[in-house]
Design a protein around this ligand. Structure first.
Ligand SMILES: Nc1nc2c(c(=O)[nH]1)N[C@H]1C(S)=C(S)[C@@H](COP(=O)(O)O)O[C@H]1N2
Ligand SMILES: [Mo]
Length: 357
């Protein structure tokens, strides 16, 4: 039984989370990447953000199994860890993962009142090369019935995390059960032995430490689609589950930043969920909007890198960046309030003090 493979670690997060690389979000379980410590296109594991609702479990892969069952399949099926590596074609995809609560602290500042929930700065986002088995390949041997509606991965940690996906998203060619991250077996904090990666969707869909995948023949209601990871506003009768994350961008500088005077490149990333980043613009103080150079265009579900040259005079400055995706959706000046403080994607007024050299 998979549950017996679960043991607890002494620290709720296994990997070191040094302040030089990561920002402690204050819960003891959640750490963001420092935006000024993102050197490559991919986010190295040593600084990839961690969002844990319960301590990282340590799972013995030899005892671990993955069960596929539910009313939407003809015959339940159980896989072992070795079988996943041996039996299926492996797929490697570069995809970005972003928490729906990313920038919640800044959202609170914009609204003039803090939100409950993890107090994220800008670092609850990262990009990795995920290697694993296409979820579709794992479900098909169980015989998906014509009545199948939703696919719900469920975790083995204390949180028993689970969140349903519509069948079409679960069967998409790049929705994975990932076994490796950036070329190494998944690290414990990121879901070892196996996690789901749902490209373009909020991080909460990408369930870590998966032990079961239920295929249902009806819509499933679980806390992560009824109470949490939902948009709640006064004008809506019912909470709306979040799916895709909105277009947003970040500047690879500390907040606030202090820089010595002199010409430089300002760099950053932009991400647009299931879409692709089309353009990135920047504005220095009260100047006009100008177009930044897109340096690495990741494509759909992957962030893009951008940069622009700046030769600032000593003094206090404000840098603004706004991204637009291929569907024409652009970052707004303000994000409409929602009760849980999700999906903040306003254009940020990044404070930068430039000192004389
Ligand atoms: N089992 C489990 N899966 C989970 C979570 C969790 O707490 N437990 N957190 C989710 C959330 S809210 C996010 S944003 C991502 C974060 O993935 P990471 O910790 O690998 O960055 O994992 C998701 N999957
Ligand atoms: Mo999240």
């Amino acid at each position: 039984m998979a549950g017996r493979t679960l043991t607890r670690t002494t620290r709720p997060v296994v990997k070191p989370t040094p302040a030089g690389l990561m920002e402690d979000a204050g819960s003891g379980l959640d750490y963001g990447t420092r935006p000024d410590r993102m050197p490559g296109f991919l986010t190295p594991v040593d600084r990839f953000f961690v969002r844990n609702h319960a301590p990282t479990p340590v799972i013995d892969p030899a005892a671990w199994t993955l069960r596929v069952d539910g009313a939407g399949v003809r015959r339940p099926i159980t896989y072992t860890y070795d079988e996943l590596w041996r039996r299926f074609p492996l797929l490697s995809v570069v995809r970005t993962l972003e928490c729906a609560g990313n920038r919640r602290r800044l959202f609170g500042e914009e609204q003039g009142a803090p939100f409950a929930g993890v107090s994220w700065g800008r670092g609850a986002i990262g990009t990795a090369e995920w290697t694993g088995v296409c979820l579709r390949d794992l479900l098909e041997p169980a015989g998906i019935t014509p009545d199948a509606r939703e696919v719900m991965p469920e975790s083995l940690d204390e949180a028993r995390a689970r969140r349903p996906l519509p069948l079409a998203k679960a069967l998409a060619g790049d929705t994975l059960l990932a076994l490796a991250m950036n070329g190494e077996p998944l690290p414990p904090d990121h879901g070892f032995p196996a996690r789901v990666v749902v490209p373009g969707w909020l991080g909460a869909a990408s369930i870590k430490w998966v032990g079961r995948i239920e295929v249902s023949d009806r819509p499933l209601r679980v806390p992560w689609t009824t109470e949490d990871y939902v948009i709640v506003t006064p004008d809506r009768p019912a909470p709306v589950p979040i799916t895709e994350t909105p277009v947003a961008s970040l500047v690879e500088l500390p907040w606030p930043a202090r820089l010595p005077a002199g010409p430089r490149l300002v760099r950053g990333r932009a991400y647009a969920g299931e879409s692709r980043v089309a353009t990135v613009e920047y504005r220095l103080d009260d100047g006009p909007w100008r177009t930044a150079d897109l340096e690495a265009q990741g494509g759909r579900g992957v962030w893009a890198r951008w940069e622009f040259p700046w030769d600032p005079a000593p003094g206090d400055h404000v840098v603004r960046v706004r991204a637009t995706d291929e569907r024409g959706r652009r970052q707004p000046d303000r994000t409409p309030w929602n009760a849980l403080g999700y999906c903040h994607n306003s254009v940020l007024a990044h404070p930068v003090t430039v000192t004389a050299r």
